[in-house]
Design a protein around this ligand. Structure first.
Ligand SMILES: Nc1ncnc2c1ncn2[C@@H]1O[C@H](COP(=O)(O)OP(=O)(O)OP(=O)(O)O)[C@@H](O)[C@H]1O
Ligand SMILES: [Mg+2]
Length: 472
């Protein structure tokens, strides 16, 4: 029995391109088979413990019994939390859904916060549906269409199909004739006809006809004439997310909403119906649930209502694995006056396993910068790399990565093939990093508006003690 797999990849969020750009050099977690982190692999450098922990979580997800758990990645800004999440996404199986949500997004959608979170949860649960369909597969020997002389009445005709072992003539109705015309099927094509829907798919041209048609386009695909019976059973597997099913079945939306992304709020009755249907299918063995991953970046931006929603949603029978990331230290939980580690309420923190990411060493920063140079397709002299690494150590990895693009532009302007120290120096003086910007504020504060805020009032980020790596 042949098995085809279709996935939802095509429907994955296209709006996230921008964010992924910063991590386009990441192709996985770079682990060995024993889940040891390679010093450098698949674009990932260092951060061995966190990568290994992420690998363990992936294994648990693969084994399918980790749904409903939550992980928090905590670490200073620029320490690779989002990068590791992207690496995890790429190591997941092709039909395991991965949804990425920046916590701030849920405040900007035209729907309630809980609705936005519910949709994100349901996007992250796949339903693998198995369908057995009866098909007819064979090489077209002849198509004969009888046109009535008056031009009125139903068209009819005959289709002769063969395999290497048999040949059968089928009667054609008007609809089939239309379908054959539409696909431009002719003698010598190998086709399949889905018996239930009547859908015709052209697989290619038969090899035996290869010589007859010298004049055919170069894109013609040649296939073998099928063997055995003309009628076959074929198992088709689709994976769709619960959210996709919700949208398709909510009458006011229609499936076109999936492409426009304009899904609006979905009624709870629709979701109940889908849940019932899916559990029926599961009992009948027609479908299985594929719990995926929901990644909520910058989770400290959520407020107390969202956090209590998360607490409850994680206990639902249909819950994905939720991975969150936060770069905050002890800070106020939004919507309350309480302070808490990472800006998350303690009852949610208690349910989490925490993976922490630490600062990078100098050689690691150098290596990451090297990888980014390759990714952005720019050349850089060794000296320039050294100086950029030093900048990275003293300011932040992110700032150094940004300087690559800017300095390559400067180098191009002076028609140099590689970025040199002078180019780095130039952009370093043109663009401030956070530390120098703060310095500047302190020096010239009376020239700015609203300068009464004391620096001590800033929200504390992890690793802020050294005075670097802080983000607003
Ligand atoms: N271990 C690593 N290997 C390769 N690239 C890395 C690594 N860590 C970070 N990077 C890259 O450095 C940049 C900053 O990292 P990232 O965005 O993951 O930080 P973050 O921990 O999510 O920070 P924030 O808390 O500010 O969101 C990204 O471009 C990322 O791809
Ligand atoms: Mg991040």
């Amino acid at each position: 029995m042949a098995t085809t797999t279709t996935t939802t990849t095509g429907l994955r969020d296209i709006t996230k391109m921008e964010r992924i750009g910063a991590h386009s050099h990441i192709h996985g977690l770079g682990l060995t088979d024993n889940l040891e982190a390679r010093p450098s692999g698949q674009g990932m450098v260092g951060q061995a413990k966190a990568r290994r922990a992420a690998g363990v979580i992936l294994k648990l997800i693969e084994e399918g019994n980790y749904a409903g758990r939550a992980i928090l990645m905590a670490g200073a800004p620029g320490s690779g939390k989002t990068a590791i999440a992207m690496g995890m996404a790429q190591s997941l199986g092709a039909d395991v859904p991965f949804t990425m949500l920046a916590a701030s997004e849920i405040f900007s959608l035209e729907m309630s916060k809980t609705e936005a979170l519910t949709q994100a949860f349901r996007r992250s649960i796949g339903v693998r549906i198995k369908e057995e369909s009866e098909i007819i597969e064979g090489e077209v020997v002849e198509i004969q269409i009888d046109r009535s002389t008056t031009g009125l009445g139903q068209k009819s005709g005959k289709l002769t199909l063969k395999t290497t072992e048999m040949e059968t003539i089928y009667d054609l109705g008007a609809k089939m004739i239309e379908a054959l015309n539409k696909e431009k099927v002719m003698a010598g094509d190998v086709i399949t006809i889905d018996k239930a829907s009547g859908r015709i798919t052209k697989l290619g041209r038969s090899f035996t006809r290869a010589r007859d048609y010298d004049a055919m386009g170069s894109d013609t695909k040649f296939v073998q004439c099928p063997e055995g019976e003309l009628q076959k059973r074929k198992e088709v597997v689709h994976t769709v997310s619960l959210h996709e099913m919700d949208v398709i079945n909510s009458r006011s939306q229609g499936f076109l909403a999936l492409f426009s992304g304009d899904t609006g709020e979905i009624k709870s009755e629709v979701r109940d119906q889908i849940n019932t249907k899916v559990s029926e299918w599961r009992e009948e063995g027609k479908a299985e649930i594929v719990p995926g991953v929901l990644f909520i970046d910058e989770v400290h931006v959520l407020d107390i209502e969202c956090f209590s929603f998360l607490n409850r949603a994680l206990e639902d029978a249909l819950a994905p694995v939720v991975i969150m990331a936060s770069n905050r230290g002890i800070t106020t939980i939004r919507g309350t006056n309480y302070k808490s580690p990472h800006g998350l309420p303690v009852d949610l923190l208690e349910r989490l396993l925490i993976i922490s990411t630490g600062p990078y060493s100098e050689p690691e920063i150098k290596q990451i910068l090297g990888i980014r140079c390759d990714e952005e397709d720019v050349q850089m002299t060794e000296d320039a790399k050294d100086i950029l690494t030093r900048i990275g150590m003293e300011t932040s990895l992110r700032y150094a990565i940004h300087l690559i693009t800017a300095s390559s532009f400067v180098a191009k302007k002076r028609k140099a093939s590689a970025i040199d120290v002078a180019d780095i120096k130039k952009v370093y003086s043109l663009f401030l990093d956070e530390k120098r910007s703060v310095q500047m504020l302190k020096e010239y504060q009376n020239q700015y508006m609203y300068n009464e805020v004391e620096m001590a009032d800033r929200e504390p980020a992890i690793g802020n003690g050294s005075g670097m790596n802080a983000s607003a």
